[in-house]
Design a protein around this ligand. Structure first.
Ligand code: ASP
Ligand code: CP
Length: 328
């Protein structure tokens, strides 16, 4: 959380010397633990400002290009809301088929075009590595809003911020986090696992069908940091020790063989009965959308944090926009 002197920076002019000014946000690997504390401090202040005044003019006159080559509800609309709550405006390209992409324009040329009009570009794209390609082409900051099965760094930041706000700052250290579902294609868990590895005494459990296991590349990175991690194909054994249960959707759109999807799609369903064996003080998260992995019967349980999680995304994205535009 920022000190009073840090918070005093928020309302003042653009600071081109600020650490995050003009930076791209491509992968969680670029963050240190200190960066996380700073981002969450600014996000916490954004939350306070939204609760007190709703909208304020920190980014007045700034323009965001929201470029989405894949469907999105939360990421796209929370970046729009973040920019507008900070007094800026948005060029929305949520349906690339109506843009010149459908005439064959390349990603680098599309990015070069948008940065003529905008100060920052948010990109979601089906190919891993596309955000890095876009950032190379751009002089303005590019924020990765999901690159295929690669990463979804702003989601992982909002996930950790959710844990901070729900279970108390500093509580991430010492936690047991269980990830459930499609750990192979789910980009959110690839980013989240890496971010969690920055905390101490963390224990990671991965529960998935055999064909949807956490990629070896991610597990090797975690092993290098000597963080305990274990794989399971049922939840029962690890649920009682879990502090954060992170549920994911089976990513139908990434399967080459639809029959494989059919075999695993209903593998796990969280419902009030299963949750009887979980701690009272824990949370259930999900990046959403859900398509049956969490029963709606569980929604009223105080441990169901997934709808609150979406709201935390607004504050984190407000913080990131302010930071890369030199206002925090
Ligand atoms: N919305 C998240 C993503 O775009 C998770 C999901 O779609 O299942 O990665
Ligand atoms: N969590 C998430 O990225 O949601 P959308 O796909 O709706 O943006």
């Amino acid at each position: 959380m920022p000190t009073n002197s840090q918070s005093a920076h928020l309302p003042f002019g653009e600071n081109k010397n600020a650490e995050w000014y003009g930076k791209d946000i491509i992968s969680v690997k670029q963050f240190s633990r200190k960066d996380l504390e700073y981002i969450f401090g600014v996000a916490h202040e954004m939350r306070g400002m939204v609760e007190r005044v709703g909208t304020f003019d920190l980014l007045k006159g700034k323009i965001l290009a929201n470029l989405f080559y894949e469907p999105s509800t939360r990421t796209s609309s929370s970046f729009t809301a973040a920019m507008e709550r900070l007094g800026g405006s948005v060029i929305p390209i949520n349906e690339v088929k109506y843009s010149s992409v459908s005439k064959g324009e390349s990603l680098p040329d599309t990015i070069r075009t948008l940065e003529c009009y905008a100060d920052v570009i948010v990109l979601r794209h089906p190919e891993t590595g596309s955000a890095a390609i876009a950032a190379k082409a751009a002089k303005k900051p590019v924020i990765n809003a999901g690159d295929g099965v690669g990463e979804h760094p702003t989601q992982a930041l909002l996930d950790i911020f959710t844990i901070y706000e729900e279970l108390g700052a500093g509580q991430v250290d010492g936690m047991t986090v269980t990830m459930l579902g499609d750990l192979k294609y789910g980009r959110t868990v690839h980013s989240l696992t890496r971010l969690l590895s920055m905390f101490t005494n963390i224990k990671l459990n991965y529960v998935s069908p055999e064909i949807l296991k956490m990629p070896k590349e991610v597990m090797d990175e975690i092993a290098e940091k000597n963080i305990p991690q274990a794989e399971f194909n049922t939840l029962e054994k690890v649920l009682p020790e879990t502090d954060v249960l992170y549920v994911t959707r089976v990513q139908k759109e990434r399967f080459e063989d639809p029959a494989d999807y059919e075999n695993v799609k209903g593998a796990y369903v969280i419902d009030p009965e299963i949750m009887k064996s979980a701690k009272k003080e824990m949370i259930v998260m999900h990046p959403l959308p859900r398509v049956g992995e969490i029963s709606t019967d569980f929604d009223d349980d105080p441990r169901a944090a997934y709808f609150r999680q979406m709201e935390y995304g607004l504050y984190v994205r407000m913080a990131l926009l302010a930071m890369v535009l030199g206002k925090a």
